[in-house]
Design a binder for this molecule. Structure first.
Ligand SMILES: C[S@@+](CC[C@H](N)C(=O)[O-])C[C@H]1O[C@@H](n2cnc3c(N)ncnc32)[C@H](O)[C@@H]1O
Length: 754
């Protein structure tokens, strides 16, 4: 949704076709034995040369990676004890070697492209390229994967790589294990100097050394040896080691594991200060704020002088309050979102009056649980995962993600988002169902969630789910709103690029699409806010746009929603479908004429002829609609009306300006009572029914407010209130309304920021 889909762009379609051809060629060799054309030394030299030479193509001056999603295959769900060891010579091309595992050792350092790459050898000294997908970047830098690291790959997949060489490709995090030196699986020829019988204290000190060097994964390994080996730690030592490991787990975002370690410590010593503190932290980062506060309560009673714990307690209390009330310090959120990179905000999810239920025809949907008013906050959700693209930075994480099976291509941070989700689930399996419950089309996942005590994470399930549920997002909807209103091309272009950032918001993912939507999403950093755009009764199904219908310069035609496998059947789409060919052709012609006349009106000083022409076209265009606008909004004409309202406001014609502002609102389905000129004092301005929500409507209400100041002052505040509500819906909050709009602005639409 709002991602940069380039599936229909010919330049990229060719790349997709080429990739398909490469795959087909590779498939034709499936099952064959590889015929190596390069010696071990040549493969290693070539890899090191590429490491030195650097990267591939650029887009808009930025390096662009291509990321190909291979044909989907399942992660290994077999316990290691059931797998048979094989060597490189036993592998065949384009084959998933089910029932086997291979043990390899890195013979080079790593290189980071779309995957982390290294050359590996088996026990016979034969070598292959190894491509590890979806791993966190630190894997290549924090000491976990260096020359001589031993790895076990379950059910290995040997493929022909893009350059024709052979490589082991690992897409699923749970298919690879990094094997410590002391492990019995490591062949004696590869073992370093054995430290197998050192004391628990020795292992702990080694772990602490790594911890102090911020090599947290290695620290965890050493702490773990001290438990696993026969080093007979004392009870005291065992508890300390667990506590240290819990801290290293917190540092590496393995909150489930941290909880597990502290729980064990607390079962021995229920009042351990460190264990309580670490527990409260793990719960906080798992967003279990209520539980975190409960642990903090115990902690603060037992250790009232722990100042660090006190401030963390305050933080947890603030999150709990947000979670319960939906009240946020929005101005502060906006400030942090524009400064922090990536713009990840430390705030809680608020779930308002909504719940997920089955719909009649479109799977599950999100419904109101009570009556809500236009502008009400339905929920404010922290991203489950968020991949940020910083357009101002020299380095980039942009990639072209291509899936030949689903024929889709997106330009942006989707490839990174897949990796982030995979890592999060692998590290915290307690969060698995939040993501895997989301809609994933026809993909059938494996039904095993854990093997040998390790979570099974299916990258292809993540990819399918991500592609159907991912939202493109700006850093702040306020910035996009301002750029839209200013029609600042350069800024709009920049904002559009920011939609290369994307994320997953699970609750929002249950909202189905309708062009005639009744809810709207906005973003502040990685928080998505969804507000009602209409007054809604209880049990109303919420809908928003997957794509904005009829954006500037687009044709009158239904949205392309094939990617999600449905056609919109809302009233607008039904009406478009039912409108006869003659009327539609006429509407298209008139619309094109309107856009042209509008553009020349903006360029000329002598506006009267242009205004008259536009009014004439609009009057004829109105006749091509069969149903009243209160039933079916008229998406093609509201902008022209708004423009005319602005023109009349500029030339101090309040009557005309108010008339066209009302026509703008009416064309979008609004039903308004009162407010017409001449005004009867005491008669209120009331939106009886809200129509479609557009950014431009804030300015429309501000035009009304300013005109009323002259001709019906008692209505000015009401119009401004509607402007504020409209702003709140579009931007997410209204704390910054006064910083953005004013009735005393130089611009007729009230905007006061450039
Ligand atoms: C992001 S999910 C929305 C939640 C989904 N309905 C569920 O059951 O989880 C997107 C999928 O919902 C369905 N969907 C959304 N809007 C729809 C609509 N207007 N008509 C039919 N199906 C729709 C499509 O299957 C689409 O691929």
């Amino acid at each position: 949704m709002d991602t940069h889909d380039v599936s229909q762009v010919s330049e990229y379609m060719q790349a997709l076709q080429r990739q398909k051809q490469t795959l087909q060629n590779a498939q034709s060799r499936k099952g064959q034995k590889p015929k190596p054309t390069k010696s071990r030394d040549q493969i290693i030299m070539q890899f090191m040369f590429r490491q030195m030479m650097g990267r591939n193509g650029t887009v808009d001056g930025h390096a662009l990676r291509s990321s190909f999603v291979p044909p989907a295959y399942y992660p290994s769900v077999a316990p290691l004890s059931e797998l048979k060891k094989v060597l490189i010579k036993d592998l065949t091309l384009e084959t998933h070697h089910r029932g086997s595992y291979i043990l390899v050792r890195a013979v080079t350092s790593t290189d980071r492209m779309t995957a982390i790459m290294t050359v590996v050898e088996d026990e016979k000294g034969n070598v292959l390229m190894l491509q590890l997908y979806n791993q966190e970047e630190q894997l290549a830098t924090d000491g976990r994967l260096v020359e001589r690291t031993v790895m076990l790959i379950k059910e290995p997949y040997l493929k022909i790589m893009a350059d024709g060489d052979y490589g082991l490709r690992v897409d699923h995090l749970s298919d690879i294990r990094f094997i410590p030196d002391h492990d019995p699986l490591v062949p004696s020829a590869w073992k370093g100097r054995s430290k197998g019988h050192a004391s628990a204290g020795f292992w702990k000190i080694k772990g602490n050394d790594f911890f102090n060097q911020a090599a947290y994964y290695l620290a965890i390994d050493w702490y773990t040896y001290s438990e696993a080996l026969d080093s007979s730690p004392t009870v005291e030592e065992g508890l300390t080691i667990r506590l240290n490991r819990a801290l290293a787990c917190l540092k590496t975002h393995q909150f489930d594991a941290a909880l597990c370690d502290v729980e064990l410590t607390l079962s021995n010593n229920g009042s351990s200060e460190k264990a309580l503190f670490r527990k409260s932290q793990a719960l906080y980062y798992l967003q279990r704020f209520q539980e975190s506060c409960e642990v903090h309560k115990v902690l603060s009673n037992a250790y009232p002088n722990n100042t660090a714990a006190k401030s963390e307690f305050e933080r947890a209390i603030a999150r709990l309050a947000e979670e319960r009330s939906g009240k946020y310090p929005f101005r502060g959120l906006q400030r942090v979102a524009t400064k922090r990179r990536p713009p990840l905000l430390d705030h809680a999810t608020y779930t308002g009056p909504v719940s997920v239920r089955a719909t009649e025809f479109r799977g599950r949907g999100l419904f109101t649980t009570e009556a809500v008013r236009a502008g009400d906050l339905l929920f404010c959700e922290k991203a489950f995962a968020h991949a940020f693209h910083d357009d101002t930075s020299e380095t980039t994480n942009l990639s072209l993600l291509m899936n030949t099976e689903t024929q889709t291509m997106t330009m942006g941070t989707q490839a990174e988002l897949i990796s982030l989700i995979a890592q999060k689930l692998y590290k915290n399996p307690s969060l698995m169902s939040t993501f895997t419950d989301l809609y994933h089309g026809s993909y059938t996942p494996v039904d095993i969630s854990e093997v040998d005590g390790i979570p099974v994470v299916d990258t292809f399930l993540i990819e399918r789910t991500m592609s159907l549920n991912c939202f493109g997002c700006p850093v702040s909807s306020r910035a996009s709103h301002i750029a839209t209103i200013n029609e600042n091309k350069a800024q709009l272009e920049k904002i559009k690029k920011q939609f290369h950032s994307c994320g997953i918001w699970p609750l929002a993912s249950y909202i189905n699409h309708s062009c005639y939507s009744n809810a709207r999403r906005s973003f502040i950093g990685d928080m998505m806010l969804v507000r009602a755009t209409q007054d809604l009764p209880p049990n109303a199904e919420l809908t928003f746009w997957y794509q904005t219908p009829l954006k500037h310069d687009t044709q009158i035609k239904p949205l392309k929603l094939q990617h999600w496998g449905f056609q919109c059947s809302c009233l607008i789409c039904q009406d478009l479908h039912e409108t006869g060919g003659v009327d539609l052709t006429k509407r298209r012609r008139l619309f094109a004429d309107l856009v042209k006349t509008h553009q020349s009106l903006l360029r000329t000083r002598k506006q009267s002829a242009g205004i008259a022409k536009m009014e004439g076209i609009l009057a004829t265009l109105e006749k091509t609609y069969r149903r009243p606008s209160s039933e079916v909004p008229r998406l093609e004409i509201w902008e022209a009306y708004l423009s005319l309202a602005a023109v009349h406001a500029t030339s101090s014609q309040p009557g005309k300006a108010i008339e066209f502002a009302f026509k703008t609102l009416k064309s979008l389905g609004y039903v308004i009572e009162g407010g017409q000129i001449p005004h009867t004092p005491g008669r209120k301005l009331l939106v009886r029914e809200w129509g479609l929500m557009m950014d431009g409507l804030v300015g429309c209400w501000m035009i009304l407010c300013r005109m009323y100041c002259d001709v019906a002052p008692d209505l000015a505040d009401q119009a401004e209130d509607y402007a504020r509500t409209t702003y709140r819906i579009c931007v997410g909050e209204d704390e910054t309304f006064g910083d953005t709009y004013s009735r005393f602005s130089n611009q007729v639409n009230g905007l006061i920021v450039a």
